[in-house]
Design a protein around this ligand. Structure first.
Ligand code: ADP
Ligand code: MG
Length: 499
């Protein structure tokens, strides 16, 4: 990522083994861990669930232009505002989601619950909490002009997606920055020009800032002794990432947390028919925070769907509401690339700052754009990724596999559930080492920066009560891997050294 500089520093085998040992012990000491895949996944509370292992990590922080980190952080409140407006534009979301429901079973199920909630009077709470994460890759403008290959070309931020539900890793991300800062300060890195003694390895406030978002929402709900309910996947391996939020909430706000799967919520949560107050095991719930509910697998039984509906109808503040979850659909991202749609929500300099991060995204419908998408797939599939309406990694189809995949769907109507996105081309000169399951591998890497955003607003009056940027996540993957998800097994957690 930094031209003309050797990075990361070369280590002797003794230096490397000492560094590795220090990294693993620090990770275990500070909860930079994930539940072992060998641990009993079906019960969080069994003894074998005490088995944890360091999360996949980079050995070194990744060099990143300071100005681009600052820029990405500074535009997050604009994205927060934009997605509030979209989440509140119910006719717009209704039209998009109703169309998706025709071709995608998961969208159909979510939409059905949404309509049932609407028929029963709508969500029992006007306040809504967004815990967003806008993900970016650096695009190297060199790739746009093959004659200019002197390595000095500029890079810019391009948005991969904006997550409105279950954006994760804020806990581990803050710890990863602490880890690299420790390794640097304790002298485990040989001093090089990027990792000089006064190198800038920023502290990452993500865990504490997201907890602050939850805490401020709970305070806005305004009932002393109420709790925050985390809706989680049964046997969640990434529970430690979530625990950090729980610890900060208790520490900084004196607010307790309960953890429940959707099926737990079905059997143990109640909603008062008059006041719509949500209680879990008797405790009043101020905020429902979803770290589950974004994938069809999260709804294993009809009861889990009923639980989602019950929570939505309740007076608790949801993060996110169903409407806010819909706003994060990949289809919405595609439609927003159209200037005439984006202009409905934002104008002037804000619009430019937002749209400057966009990449071409096309629908696969019967419109002119849909025709163009078909031509591009036929002529240069290597420049595109095809995405369904899913979250959580491992769902996309890349490059030359796209035509065959679409053909395998059979009915062209089903193509409408997908979007076609131009591939962002990151600089190809970054190297790092990834430590996964104790093994170190060094190769060319690509880093994806995610910026968290918190926004608390009234969805009826559209009044925004809190809107702030809330730290970041860096995930680094090997350049030869198409996906970057850590939980899905492709990437690692990283931090930044600013250059
Ligand atoms: P998910 O909702 O599954 O996280 P994403 O849209 O984030 O889906 O895509 C998953 C991964 O695929 C990203 O983290 C990134 O590594 C890669 N990817 C997605 N879109 C692009 C793109 N336009 N250019 C390059 N890589 C991409
Ligand atoms: Mg993603």
């Amino acid at each position: 990522m930094v031209n003309g500089t050797e990075y990361p520093p070369v280590l002797t085998s003794q230096q490397e083994s000492e560094l590795l040992f220090a990294l693993k012990d620090w990770a275990l000491t500070h909860g930079l861990v994930i539940r072992s895949s060998s641990a009993n996944a079906s019960a969080e509370q069994t003894e074998s669930s005490a088995l944890a292992t360091p999360v996949p990590l980079t050995l070194f922080p990744s060099p990143y232009p300071k100005s681009l980190l600052q820029h990405a952080r500074s535009i997050q409140p604009l994205f927060n505002d934009l997605y509030v407006k979209i989440a509140d534009d119910l006719p717009f979301l209704d039209a998009i989601t109703a169309n998706l429901a025709k071709v995608d079973t998961f969208s159909k199920d979510l939409y059905r619950i949404y309509k049932e909630v609407e028929a029963e009077g709508g969500p029992g709470q006007d306040l809504s909490l967004g815990i967003f994460r806008s993900d970016y890759l650096l695009h190297s403008n060199n790739h746009d002009d093959d004659d200019n290959d002197d390595g000095s070309g500029s890079v810019s931020l391009r948005q991969v997606e904006l997550n409105t539900i279950a954006a994760s890793f804020m806990g581990l991300s803050s710890r990863a920055s602490d880890l690299h800062r420790f390794l640097h300060a304790a002298g485990y890195y040989p001093e090089g020009n990027i990792l000089s003694r006064d190198a800038d390895l920023p502290e990452n406030p993500a865990a504490r800032q997201i907890a602050r978002g939850l805490g401020l929402a709970a305070q806005a709900y305004g009932v002393k002794e109420s709790i925050v309910l985390f809706i989680v996947q049964p046997g969640e391996r990434n529970a430690f990432d979530q625990r950090w939020l729980e610890y900060h909430l208790l520490n900084d706000f004196k607010i307790r947390v309960a953890r429940a799967s959707l099926d737990d919520a079905f059997s143990r949560a109640t909603v008062d028919p008059e006041t719509k107050v949500l209680r879990y095991d008797g405790d009043e719930v101020s905020v429902v925070y979803y770290r589950s509910g974004y994938s069809p697998d999260d709804y294993p039984t009809p009861n889990s769907w009923q639980a989602r509906k019950k929570l939505e109808l309740s007076k608790a503040i949801k993060s996110p509401s169903l409407a806010t979850q819909f706003a994060g659909a990949k289809k919405v991202q595609q439609v927003l690339v159209d200037d005439s749609v984006l202009s409905n929500y934002v104008d002037g300099e804000s619009k430019t700052l937002i749209s400057d991060t966009f990449t071409e995204i096309l629908p696969l419908d019967n419109s002119d754009k849909g025709q163009r998408a078909r031509e591009l797939i036929a002529t240069r599939p290597q420049d595109f990724v095809l995405k369904p309406q899913r979250e959580g990694g491992g769902n996309n189809v890349y490059k030359e596999k796209i035509p065959e995949f679409l053909k395998s769907l059979g009915d062209e109507e089903l193509w409408k559930g997908y979007i076609l996105m131009e591939l962002i081309k990151p600089p190809s000169d970054a190297q790092n080492s990834i430590v996964r399951a104790g093994e170190v591998k060094s190769a060319q890497v690509i880093s994806e920066l995610g910026i968290y955003g918190i926004v608390l607003w009234d969805s009826k009056t559209h009044q925004v009560k809190q809107n702030f940027e809330a730290g970041w996540l860096v995930r680094t993957k090997f350049a030869d891997s198409e996906e970057g998800g850590v939980a899905a097994g492709f990437g690692s957690i990283d931090s930044l050294v600013l250059v």
